[in-house]
Design a protein around this ligand. Structure first.
Ligand code: ZN
Length: 636
């Protein structure tokens, strides 16, 4: 260990400006001839590409480095020390810091007895991102290699590795065990081998985990003047969500939703892959309420490029209208997602809705009603009014307490399974969104609200008859207990359905009830575990099963030929799914020392690499800025 002189430089935007400009900036700051390496997210970066330490040393030799630096962008000095101690012995370090001004150089004296690193500025090509902010986004690359990672392939298979994943453009070209490569390389140390072209980008992933990007099939992009869609998209990508099925983007206009989906597919905006299922019955078109009109609308939506229909209660649940929608959607290859509102649950309970052609049933509605043996319709208090949300959200929970549990686990599951085998029906429970009903204090005080929840979003959760699902006026222990009892039945039912062969997918319904985008998706995985899903089963629900919901046979698996939608994590999500959370995980040892880590490193969608932590940094900055002008109100 030795004390060394170090400097701070702002290289936050370095990949964006290219190598030549970088060199100029160095020269301008009297660092002529200096060589640069960027250390970000545990990877060595050479001219914007992550490379192995060995290749890095090779480059250094070739170019003849005169001075050595490490430029650090995202991590603190302690993280560098922790992760690179052995590699970085005794060389001066140049720390990069986001000061908000590109290339502002601040010389500072920092004492830190370590850190080395060498590197190089050369004329190697810099891949420019499609968006303005390429610190967050780069690619797709003609060739991308992710090296020495452990893979959880999304099929339910156990983890395996180390492997190298080769990606061409937006597709997985092959997945090869790393040790077989090194063996082969030793065997073939020939001139021909040396001439082989290096990949355009390498992610050095030793010790990391790669799995398919998460697919959240129940999303509302509740963007508005005060809630930019960018905020929602970055939260989702920052949590490893690469695909969403959404029921609205801002307003409910199907054409605008399709336009947004196309922009994402063309990499014009930073967002997850999108499937759009507009709400049925919004607006005053009378055709929504009759079978012939319904068929016309489904065809019109199909022509627009809409992927499916989202039904919530009537008019889509009038039995004749429902049959027309489901039949026409099937002919057009579209999906039908159904929220069985209590206004339509008799006679269209879950067994009925599934068998008549729903591709998914959202939430928990309609299952207990399918099991009734001493009644046909839920017993409701005489003063119940469906239009009153406090009534509605309380009594839907209580429907479980009137269920015939034996029939629920027998006939009801059997019928749903028969339908599944016939039609491909999938269950989307959305456990996490109702959690406030069983413990509103928990939901309102989640630790990430202070840094990740926009004040205007928090306001929308607080009791207000003008907002949807903001009904916690007098939410008492009695009501929470009823909901907790309902949860026990519901969790058991879904777990049993899965155990008997039923397909269950992950949907979060975030943006309501104190549930935040991204965080809610991860909470859903935790709640599947609570229900009885093993970690592999929970991740399978969010990967291959999600791909079935959006009817994309090239999605949801780490498999040759599949789309390159991946998430790269520094920790094993099978050991703890909380490693996905944007606020990171903190482990406390018996010595009471805390180690904090944010584990989602890269989210890759269609071969485009997103720096997950940079996206989340943006979100925190948006929230901090909004709070300066408008502090959040008190919580219940
Ligand atoms: Zn919803």
């Amino acid at each position: 260990m030795r004390i060394c002189q170090q400097e701070i430089i702002d290289f936050h935007s370095l990949p964006q400006i290219g190598i030549t400009d970088t060199a100029k900036a160095f020269i301008g700051n009297e660092l002529r001839g200096s060589q640069v390496v960027i250390l970000a997210n545990q990877c060595w970066t050479y001219c914007g590409f992550e490379i192995s330490l060995a290749s890095f040393a090779e480059l250094k030799k070739e170019i003849g480095v005169r001075r050595e630096f490490v430029v650090w962008r995202l991590w603190g000095l302690e993280s560098i020390q922790r992760n690179c101690k052995s590699a970085l012995a005794g060389v001066p370090v140049l720390l990069g810091k986001n000061t908000g001004q590109m290339m502002t150089m601040k010389k500072m004296m920092i004492c830190a007895g370590m850190i080395l690193c060498a590197a190089a500025i050369t004329s190697a090509p810099v891949v420019r991102a499609q968006s303005a902010n390429s610190a967050e986004q780069s690619g797709p690359y003609p060739s991308l290699e992710i090296r020495e990672v452990t893979v959880i392939d999304g099929s339910g298979a156990p983890a395996f590795g180390p492997v190298n994943i080769f990606i061409k453009g937006n597709r997985i070209e092959r997945v090869v065990p790393s040790d077989s490569i090194s063996r082969k390389e030793k065997d073939e140390e020939s001139a021909a081998k040396k001439e082989q072209k290096a990949p355009d980008r390498v992610i050095e992933g030793k010790g990391m985990y790669v799995m398919p990007g998460l697919i959240d099939v129940h999303i509302h992009i509740n963007s508005s003047k005060d809630v930019p869609a960018e905020y929602i998209y970055k939260l989702l990508l920052g949590h490893g969500v690469t695909t969403v099925r959404t029921f609205n983007v801002g307003n409910d206009d199907p054409a605008e939703m399709v336009a947004e989906k196309k922009k994402i597919a063309a990499n014009q905006i930073i967002a997850p892959r999108m499937y759009v299922y507009p709400f049925w019955g919004r607006g005053d078109d009378p055709r929504y309420s009759n079978p012939e009109g319904a068929r016309q609308i489904v065809d019109e939506w199909h022509a627009l490029g809409v992927d499916g229909v989202k039904i919530i209660g009537k008019p889509g649940l009038w039995p004749d209208v429902f049959r027309a929608i489901a039949d026409q959607a099937r002919k057009d290859g579209m999906g039908v997602a159904v929220h069985i509102g209590q206004d339509g649950v008799y006679p269209m309970n879950a067994v009925q809705v599934a068998s008549e052609g729903a591709s998914t049933i959202e939430h928990h509605y309609g299952y207990p009603e399918s099991s009734y043996t001493n009644q046909t319709i839920q017993n409701l208090p005489p003063g119940y009014n469906y239009s009153s949300e406090p009534d509605r959200f309380l009594e839907t929970g209580r429907s479980w307490l009137q269920a015939d549990v034996g029939k629920l686990h027998g006939e009801v599951i059997q019928s749903l399974l028969e339908t599944m085998h016939r039609t491909g029906f999938i269950m989307v429970p959305t456990f996490s969104i109702y959690e406030a009903n069983r413990d509103v204090t928990r939901a309102a005080n989640l630790p990430w609200h202070s840094t990740y929840t926009l004040p205007v979003v928090m306001d929308s959760f607080l009791p207000n008859p003008a907002h949807h699902a903001s009904y916690f006026y007098e939410w008492t222990s009695n009501k929470e207990a009823d909901w907790a009892r309902a949860y026990r039945r519901w969790l058991d039912f879904v777990n049993d359905y899965k155990n008997q062969g039923g397909v269950v997918a992950v949907g979060s319904d975030t943006g309501f009830l104190f549930e935040l985008w991204g965080f809610g998706t991860i909470r859903e995985l935790e709640m599947l575990e609570e229900a009885g899903f093993s970690p592999l089963e929970a991740l399978h629900a969010a990967t291959e099963n999600g791909a079935k919901v959006v009817k994309n046979p090239e999605l949801g698996l780490v498999r040759q030929g599949y789309l390159a939608d991946l998430v790269v994590l520094s920790e094993n999500p099978l050991a703890d799914v909380k490693v996905f959370y944007g606020n990171g995980v903190t482990r406390v040892g018996t010595d009471r020392k805390e180690v904090h880590e944010q584990c989602v490193k890269y989210t890759i969608r269609d071969g485009v690499i997103f720096d997950s932590q940079a996206l989340l940094t943006d979100v925190r900055e948006m929230v901090a800025k909004a709070k300066q002008t408008r502090p959040a109100q008190a919580k219940p």
